[in-house]
Structure formats: structure tokens, C-alpha cells
Design a protein around this ligand. Structure first.
Ligand SMILES: C[S@@+](CC[C@H](N)C(=O)[O-])C[C@H]1O[C@@H](n2cnc3c(N)ncnc32)[C@H](O)[C@@H]1O
Length: 257
């Protein structure tokens, strides 16, 4: 990782941590405040990346946060950000739970913008593993930009065209290659690799990945721009063709009784 990339990553993670209105996270932060009180909870930030959200949980709630990620570059930045802000109640670790299972139990496990980056058979094994680390009465909260959304699970940010995922594959690949650049990750170190790592996640695919884990959805919010307008605040556009307007899905999973 070059110094310039390190600095870019640190600045990005710091803005995710400190800026309540950070572009792609303000809905997430508002929803978490509305729905969950993490005070007194043991929180696992699975796929914590560069730690911006872990630090946000740690400083907005009186909780203990454990952030884990498979990418050593991301975790290095997360640890440096923790040191810079002198946070005590958060710890970061490079860890693949399928190689090294977690020992403890967590009240709240978050996968924020993570599930869409993991190939489905691996995601399925991860849910089975995480379900064993869920404390009684605990929940796993998954948020992700669905594949059908105008953001195309992040690809729109690369090529600048909404719903670009529906372009012919060859054309889309050429556009991504044209805009390709190095990114901070050790595991995925450029935009093309990041695109190739996407699993085209939909709600049905996510439900399929829960098989064998004993987890079931107990809450779902499908966020779209219409939620900005008062009377439509709670609208969930889950039906065709309006489901193509959903920009972020939020699902809470609990262990079936
Ligand atoms: C888009 S980032 C999101 C980071 C963070 N959750 C956030 O909201 O800023 C996705 C992260 O998932 C991590 N990841 C992917 N596969 C993983 C796995 N099998 N175990 C742990 N982390 C993983 C990646 O390394 C990356 O840091």
C-alpha cells in the first residue's frame, strides 16, 4: 500500500466515523439509532474494513466492539484510526472466521456493506459460523446495496451510469477497465478485482445463504429515495418494477426458536 493510498483510506474511514451525513452511511446510522440500542452490548463488526463504522458504534454507544476483517491493509488503517482517536472500547483483528472460528458470544453482529462482496457458498458458511457466536436474544444485522439498485452494488460509482449492471457484460468490463485504479485493499487491490468479487446479491440470494444457519429474518427495510418524503417514510418498494429503485436493504436476523 503506497503512502498516498494509506492517507486516502484513513481520510475515508475517518469521514465515515465522524461525519453523521457521510453520503452512503447516513441512512444506516439513522436506522441504527432508531432501531437498536447497543449500550451494554458486545458488538462484532464483521468485515469492519478500515474501521469507520466500528469507531462510530464504539463512540455513540457504551458498547464493546470487536472489528474483524480478512484484509490486513484495512485493519492497519482501522488500528491507526483507533489510536488517533484514542478509542478504548474497540479492537481490530485480521481474521478469517472459517480458518479461525471466534470463541466468544456477541449480542449484535453487523455486516455493513460486506455481504455483497462474499461469494455465496462462503457467505453461507460464514452465517453458519456466526450463528454459533450469537448470544441468546442477539441479532445479526446485514445491510447491503442490492444488485438491482441504481448503484449496482457500488459499480455505478465506478462507471457513473445508474443501472450499469444491465449493460452487456463486455461493455461494462471495458468501462470498468477504463476507469480502473488501485485501491487500498490487499485482497482486492483494484476496482476491476472489486467488481469481480461481487456476488450480485438480492434478498432471495441472501435468504438462500442462511440455509443451515438456523437464522431467520425478523425485520427488513428496503430503502429508496421515496423514503425522503414524509408520508412515504416507511414505504418499502419491494415489488416489480419499483424494486429497481431500492438503494439499500437492511435485514435483522435472529436464531429461530
Ligand atoms: C465494502 S467493505 C465494508 C467495510 C465496513 N463494513 C464499512 O462499512 O465501512 C467490505 C469489507 O468486507 C471484508 N471482507 C470480505 N470478505 C470477508 C471475509 N470472508 N471475512 C471478513 N471480512 C471480509 C473486506 O475485506 C472489506 O474490508
Amino acid at each position: 500500500m503506497t503512502q498516498a493510498m494509506y492517507e486516502e483510506g484513513l481520510a475515508y474511514a475517518e469521514s465515515n466515523f465522524l461525519d453523521e451525513n457521510a453520503a452512503h452511511l447516513h441512512v444506516d446510522k439513522r436506522l441504527i439509532r432508531e432501531k437498536f440500542n447497543m449500550d451494554g452490548k458486545k458488538v462484532l463488526d464483521f468485515g469492519c474494513g478500515m474501521g469507520g463504522m466500528s469507531l462510530w458504534y464504539a463512540t455513540n454507544f457504551k458498547c464493546e466492539v470487536h472489528g474483524i476483517d480478512i484484509d490486513a491493509h484495512h485493519v492497519k488503517i482501522a488500528n491507526d484510526l483507533k489510536a488517533k482517536h484514542k478509542a478504548q472500547n474497540v479492537n481490530f483483528e485480521v481474521r478469517n472466521v472459517l480458518d479461525k472460528p471466534l470463541e466468544g458470544k456477541y449480542d449484535f453482529i453487523v455486516l455493513n456493506d460486506v455481504a455483497e462482496h462474499i461469494q455465496l457458498p462462503i457467505l453461507k458458511a460464514i452465517f453458519q459460523a456466526l450463528s454459533k457466536n450469537l448470544a441468546a436474544g442477539g441479532g445479526i444485522y446485514v445491510s447491503y446495496p442490492p444488485w438491482r439498485s441504481p448503484y449496482a452494488s457500488h459499480v455505478q460509482h465506478v462507471v457513473g451510469i445508474p443501472w450499469c449492471q444491465f449493460l452487456p457484460e463486455g461493455m461494462l468490463l471495458k468501462m470498468i477497465e477504463k476507469n480502473n485504479r488501485q485501491i487500498v485493499g490487499e485482497e482486492e487491490s483494484d476496482l476491476l478485482q472489486a467488481y469481480q468479487g461481487l456476488n450480485h446479491l438480492t434478498h432471495n440470494k441472501l435468504m438462500g445463504a442462511l440455509e443451515g444457519s438456523g437464522l431467520r429474518p425478523v425485520y427488513r427495510k428496503s430503502h429508496s429515495f421515496v423514503n425522503k418524503y414524509g408520508p412515504l417514510k416507511n414505504a418499502n418498494l419491494r415489488f416489480f418494477p419499483l424494486d429497481f429503485l431500492v438503494t439499500k436493504e437492511f435485514v435483522l436476523l435472529e436464531k429461530a426458536a
